[in-house]
Design a protein around this ligand. Structure first.
Ligand code: HAX
Length: 479
């Protein structure tokens, strides 16, 4: 019977087939996991490190002198697009397909990762951030019991935020950008770094990753309180309330001051999809680079947050809302509707003013970002009649054509930042200057999972070679 059902499914559609394979392999992994009992993330990683170290040594020994690609002068001057020069474990970005977390697409993750209700599957809600954290760190799909253990551990670790951090945040000017406050808060929490202390105390290199893991878990655990304190200070009464009976995302929503199951689900999706986007993006790369100097995870991720705060990167989600409001205001002033025609006109005005359209284009992607698509699915399911969502949908209808006609961007399709703000706005989270902080809470999970492996694998100081324009000219003329 099962064979027949499987065959029928195969002929239904390739997507069903992939989903079914994911479910089968998830089921077999779950059986294996149940056989070993409930493990902690530390135990799983400890068992993996020796093999991973041996694998990397073997890879270097066998292929160390092979050529992965060449670098053109355009690439050297043009932000190193496409230059393969960084090892990244946790995720991979394909220009057409988008992100895969440890080999799993976003729809896969929605099928196989435990949810707040328990079992995996979209019928039970969005995956828990802790599930994805486990997957990114270990490359394994956790059981619900393992995820619950990690949730409890993170809640416990949150209390380790040094006592001077919240008073410091309370003293900051309210008009300081939330991302600036965020990096100040994280830098200030660095006094609690286990790795910095162990290094000072002379820990051997072979043990660095153990202390780094402590810091990675602590940073992820402490970020919600830093982030929520900033939000509550800047926009409300400064009071942060917790509910540790919930998961990481649900508790974070309560800390921000939201008590709405729909918003909890959105936050789970939001925090999952922003975690990781392979290594070359500015926030992940900055974390990796700073960490390669043996700066501890607090300082390394503060570097990542500073990169995320730029408008070409994470700040684009704030810019998108500002741009949409610009259309709304202008059309209201002119007594016009916001529709395909007026959006087209407004877009050309923006482009003719030599500005970029926030939320569109990407350095790697050449198709609609699947992080955009899954947010669109969420909106279609939970808020199909929302006014802003309709505007975002109309923008999606017209923008690829306009950007193609404009002829500059290599990718005329939307990226993750094009959609996220509209979903937050729907639930009353309208303070869009703060949006990038939410992105920053999530990105820690990916960038720091990789940072753990950087130290476990003993990756060296990152130090590419720069060249002068005179060198390029002389070198090329001599060819
Ligand atoms: N609107 C107008 N022009 C755009 C554009 C856009 N959305 N995207 C790219 N272009 C322009 C570039 O500015 C560039 O122009 P110049 O030749 O005059 O410098 C040209 O098209 C070629 O750029 P590209 O090769 O297609 O894109 P890049 O790899 O250089 O840049 C960016 C990628 C994401 C920075 C770019 O598409 C952009 O500025 N987009 C708008 C900002 C944005 O949405 N950023 C978020 C990206 C996702 C992310 O990191 N999230 O955190």
């Amino acid at each position: 019977m099962m064979g027949i059902a499987v065959c029928r499914n195969i002929f239904l559609s390739p997507i069903n087939f992939t989903t079914m394979l994911s479910k089968i392999s998830f089921a077999s992994r779950t059986l294996a996991r149940n056989a070993r009992g409930v493990a902690t993330i530390q135990e799983v990683l400890k068992s993996q490190v020796p093999q991973k170290q041996a694998d990397l040594l073997a890879l270097k020994k066998e292929h160390g002198d092979k050529v992965l690609g060449e670098v053109t002068v355009d690439q050297c001057i043009g932000g190193a697009r496409g230059v393969k020069c960084m090892l990244w474990e946790t995720s991979n970005l394909d220009a057409e397909e988008g992100i895969r977390f440890r080999g799993h697409t976003i729809p896969d993750c929605q099928q196989i990762l435990p949810t707040f209700k328990g079992p995996a599957g979209p019928e039970n809600g969005e995956p828990l951030l802790e599930s994805l954290f486990w997957l990114l760190l270990t490359s394994e799909v956790p059981t619900k019991a393992e995820v619950d253990g990690l949730t409890a551990d993170l809640h416990k670790r949150a209390a380790s935020l040094p006592s001077h951090v919240v008073p410091l945040l309370n003293s900051l000017p309210k008009d300081m950008h939330p991302m600036t406050q965020f990096t100040i808060g994280l830098n200030a929490a660095q006094t609690g770094s286990a790795f910095a202390k162990a290094y000072q105390d002379g820990a051997p290199k072979t043990e660095y990753h153990e202390y780094v893991l402590e810091d990675v878990l602590n940073v992820v655990a402490q970020l919600p309180e830093i982030a929520a304190t900033i939000y509550r200070n800047v926009y409300f009464d400064g009071v942060v309330s917790k509910d540790t009976s919930l998961d990481y995302s649900g508790n974070f929503c309560r800390m921000l001051g939201y008590d709405d199951k729909g918003f909890d689900e959105l936050m789970r999706l939001y925090l999952c999809i922003h975690t990781d986007h392979e290594g070359g993006n500015a926030s992940a790369h900055a974390t990796h680079l700073v960490g390669s100097t043996l700066s501890d995870p607090y300082l390394a991720y503060a570097g990542g947050l500073n990169a995320l705060a730029g408008p070409l990167h994470g700040l684009a989600n704030q810019e998108v809302l500002g741009w949409i409001q610009g259309i709304q205001k202008q059309m209201a002033d002119e007594g016009k509707e916001v529709n395909a025609e007026t959006i087209t006109q407004f877009t050309w005005d923006t482009l003719n003013a030599k500005k970029v359209i926030p939320g569109y284009g990407h350095a790697v992607l050449r198709k609609t970002d699947p992080r955009y698509s899954c947010q669109r699915e969420f909106a279609l399911k939970h808020m199909p009649d929302d006014e802003l969502f309709k505007i975002v949908s109309t923008i999606y209808e017209v923008m690829p054509g306009i950007l193609t006609e404009h002829g500059k961007t290599k990718n005329p399709y939307p990226n993750v930042d094009s959609h996220s703000g509209v979903l937050l706005w729907h639930y009353g989270f309208t303070q869009f200057q703060y949006y990038t902080v939410l992105f920053g809470v999530s990105r820690a999970v990916g960038a720091l999972s990789q940072l753990y492996w950087d130290r476990a694998l003993g990756l060296p100081l990152e130090r590419p070679k720069s060249v002068t324009p005179e060198f390029i000219k002389k070198f090329c003329e001599s060819q």
